[in-house]
Ligand binder design. Structure first.
Ligand SMILES: Nc1nc2c(c(=O)[nH]1)N[C@H]1C(S)=C(S)[C@@H](COP(=O)(O)OP(=O)(O)OC[C@H]3O[C@@H](n4cnc5c(=O)[nH]c(N)nc54)[C@H](O)[C@@H]3O)O[C@H]1N2
Ligand SMILES: Nc1nc2c(c(=O)[nH]1)N[C@H]1C(S)=C(S)[C@@H](COP(=O)(O)OP(=O)(O)OC[C@H]3O[C@@H](n4cnc5c(=O)[nH]c(N)nc54)[C@H](O)[C@@H]3O)O[C@H]1N2
Ligand code: SF4
Ligand SMILES: [Mo]
Length: 698
């Protein structure tokens, strides 16, 4: 018996990017643990990835290439050889590309965050082919844009400093479920005397553990941030020296903020004026006390019409109080902007034969698959190659998405581990390797370490890494460029630009031995200003925003769908719905792992007792959630954790595990955010009724 411990990385779309130790006995992965030596992982993994071996050896793993024999969506396939699969794909893509390669669209997101399996070889392939570009907006592009306009780049407080903060505002995030290793540091800060405040329409697991919870209406965070500015300015709780040295536009911001007294803010946010005042005062008190305050702003607040502006407003706050002076202070959204990823070398956009090719937004794939060719849109989408993503379950306005995927004339290839809702629509289904079976290198968005993933076991069945599949396809298409010869190790070695001083120490051969290496960064990134904006300052007034057609100052943009912004719609659909991820799933990944699905039970909807009573609904009842876009059945859970008027549909279930074959994205819309062209998953009005047929009779 031979046993080895292999250094690996969690590949999932989670800020924590944990360092893994995989125990391999006689070629079989027997245990996946968190590395105790990695500073943020600290030997702990979440429930989901502790089950990574169970997921990898799952009896439903796709092990062979397959061809569809049933109707699209039915999920009936027959086994074929790799040779047959590659020929079929090569012939079809070749024929389409001859007419117009832009009729081919890649569709991928963050099934793996690895720089090798995520983007490198695939992007080289699609660039060389001249395919349409995919605008990857489904998660974070609204807030990313708002933060970058204001602060300059996605850089912020280092997670390793968080235990020293004295005031922590968890704004639109649920770290107990979605960012466990940050939460561990927040708890340590609490033990050391920090005050915790949660801002969230729902009393989440995290909000329950904070000292205070401000349960505002969804989509109103921008107004609350304006209210905080108002209090800071009216009560002179400002770091004048920091403002003068390191910001621009303070006088204009001041004039704007004075329009937002606590009473006005309270009316918009559906909270008390006293709550606005108290938040402003508590935040401002750190100026006089000289203690670090940290805002962890997250994704929950971005998935609404004004999501970009909300993040922008909040990102102004630490510059007003000088919180950036402290290593444990300032703000944290995503830290990905600190990694000098060598995108041009990894993705090779220079290979593109057609310099100006169109972009298709992944968040409107429902409409775009159904769109005919025209002068503005260009050719109809004729082929779709899906990898690292499950759009039939995760993209908004799902009835349209499914209708598009069902098009008989659409040629669909899906690279997957499992027969997901999307895989069911594939013409050709290809088996991909998991993180235990391939090599990768990772950046992170919740810490500052470059991370290496070694292959722990041989590929199962005939599964191949994404890279190898695109290498073989490049060969079929006759692409002779040398970059298609690069091995996965070669690509990993190209990941970070060593000319950038932050990654000067990057060396793949040593990284794969050690497992991780921290970027060279100052402890407090903006203590002495140096914001990577055009002005070099934190931009309260943003000329770039003005040029891009936005209000250059902090502003409030109301949701598309709310009682205040669309009373006619609210009369028919009075409940606001949000659909954050269930703790035991990772987006739609792990929903098919029995032990985790058992923990979640069935698709659930939380609603407030008053809303339940008005509809004759009790916990455990089957209810129908609907609006003009669609409807789905879920199990009601009556709970005062939801504010009145708010329902929470825990996500992201595979449709095929639901009684009616539907999930929450039946009712979400393809409306886009103010910035970043992102989806508005949490900007949705619905009605909920008891489903008498399906509910237990009293
Ligand atoms: N267990 C688990 N972890 C995950 C994921 C997962 O699916 N499961 N997904 C990963 C991914 S891809 C992402 S993007 C992140 C997402 O993780 P988070 O950033 O934590 O975001 P969400 O889970 O969308 O929502 C977090 C909180 O925002 C609240 N919220 C909803 N609307 C609003 C609003 O308008 N304003 C405010 N202030 N709060 C609001 C919700 O009630 C919820 O409690 O988590 C990652 N980690
Ligand atoms: N209603 C609602 N919808 C949402 C959200 C929400 O909060 N509410 N959240 C949104 C957010 S934040 C996000 S990020 C998106 C997430 O959307 P996706 O990025 O599509 O995430 P997953 O659903 O986890 O699907 C990833 C798929 O990639 C596959 N995969 C993993 N590794 C590999 C690999 O190495 N090779 C190949 N070929 N495949 C692999 C997995 O098996 C999985 O099926 O969903 C969005 N949708
Ligand atoms: S999903 Fe997040 S918390 Fe869980 S192991 Fe992966 S990186 Fe760590
Ligand atoms: Mo996400």
């Amino acid at each position: 018996m031979t046993t080895a411990i292999v250094r690996a990385v969690c590949p999932h779309d989670c800020p924590d990017t944990c360092a893994l130790l995989v125990t391999v006995t006689d070629g079989v992965a027997t245990e996946v643990k968190g590395d105790p030596a990695h500073p943020t992982t600290a030997g702990v993994l979440c429930n989901k990835v502790s089950r990574y071996a169970e997921r990898t050896y799952h009896p439903d793993r796709l092990l062979y290439p397959m061809r569809r024999i049933g109707k699209k969506g039915e999920g009936r396939f027959e086994r074929i050889s790799w040779e047959q699969a590659l020929s079929a794909i090569g012939e079809r893509l070749g024929a389409i590309a001859e007419r117009d390669p832009q009729a081919i669209l890649p569709y991928s997101y963050a099934g793996t965050m690895g720089l090798v399996q995520g983007e490198a070889m695939a992007m080289r392939f699609f660039h060389r082919l001249g395919a349409s570009n995919l605008e990857r907006t489904i998660c974070a592009s609204a807030g990313g844009a708002g933060y970058e306009y204001t602060v300059g780049a996605k850089i912020g407080a280092d997670t390793e400093q968080v235990q020293d903060a004295k005031l922590i505002i968890i704004w639109g995030g649920n770290p107990i479920a979605s960012n466990l290793h940050l939460w561990a540091r927040v708890q340590e800060a609490k033990r050391r005397g920090a005050k915790l405040i949660a801002i969230d329409p729902y009393r989440s697991l995290t909000a329950e553990k904070c000292h205070r919870h401000i349960a505002l209406l969804p989509g109103t965070d921008a107004a609350l941030a304006l209210g905080v500015m108002h209090v800071l300015i009216a009560e002179d709780l400002l770091d004048h020296d920091y403002i003068q040295r390191h910001t621009i536009g303070f006088e204009q911001l001041k004039a704007r903020a004075l329009d937002w007294p606590p009473e006005r803010v309270a009316a918009v946010c559906g909270i008390g004026a006293g709550e606005v005042l108290q938040l402003g005062r508590e935040y401002g008190a750190t100026v006089a006390s000289g203690e670090p305050s940290l805002i962890r702003l997250n994704y929950g607040l971005q998935r609404v019409r004004g999501g970009g502006m909300a993040v922008r407003n909040i990102a102004c706050l630490p510059a007003l109080t000088g919180a950036w002076r402290h290593a444990a202070g300032g703000a944290q959204l995503s830290l990905s902007g600190a990694f000098p990823v060598d995108k041009a070398v990894l993705r090779r956009p220079d290979l593109r034969p057609n310099r100006q090719s169109r972009s298709i937004n992944m968040s409107t794939i429902g409409d775009d698959l159904l769109r005919p060719a025209d002068a503005q849109f260009g050719p109809r989408i004729e082929a779709l190659i899906v990898y690292n993503a499950n759009p039939v379950a995760v993209a908004p306005d799902s009835a349209k998405v499914a209708q598009g995927f069902a098009r008989e004339d659409l040629f669909t290839v899906v690279l997957e581990h499992f027969r997901t809702d999307t895989a069911d629509y594939a013409d050709i289904l290809l088996p991909a390797t998991t993180q235990l079976e391939h090599v990768d290198v990772h950046s992170a968005y919740g810490h500052y370490y470059m991370m290496a993933n070694n292959a722990a076991i041989a590929p199962l069945g005939e599964a191949k890494p994404n890279t190898e599949i695109f290498r073989l396809l490049a060969d079929r298409m006759g692409f002779g460029d040398a970059c298609f010869e690069d091995s996965d190790q070669d690509i990993a070695a190209q990941a970070f630009n060593r000319k950038d001083p932050r990654a000067a120490a990057f060396d793949w051969d040593s990284l794969k031995q050690s497992g991780w290496q921290k970027l060279a960064l100052p402890a407090a990134p903006f203590a002495a200003g140096g914001f990577p904006t055009p002005s070099g300052k934190c931009e309260f007034f943003s000329a770039r925003m003005q040029a891009d057609g936005h209000d250059p100052l902090p502003a409030y943009i109301a949701p598309y769908e709310s009682a205040a912004s669309n009373p006619a719609l609210a009369a028919r659909y009075p409940l606001a719905m949000i659909s954050p991820p269930a703790r035991n799933f990772l987006n739609s990944s792990f929903v098919n792992v029995q032990s985790l699905r058992d923990t979640e039970g069935a698709p659930k909807l939380d609603l407030h007792p008053a809303d339940a009573a008005a509809r004759g609904i009790a916990s455990g009842d089957t209810v129908r959630v609907f609006n003009d876009r669609g409807s789905l059945l879920v199990t009601a859970r009556v709970s005062a954790k939801s504010r009145p008027g708010l329902v929470v549909g825990w996500s992201i279930w595979w449709k095929k595990f639901a009684a009616d074959g539907k999930n929450v994205n039946e009712v979400t819309s393809q409306n886009l955010t103010d910035m970043g062209n992102a989806p508005t998953f949490y900007d949705v009005l619905v009605e909920v009724v008891l489903d008498r047929k399906a509910s237990p009779q009293p």
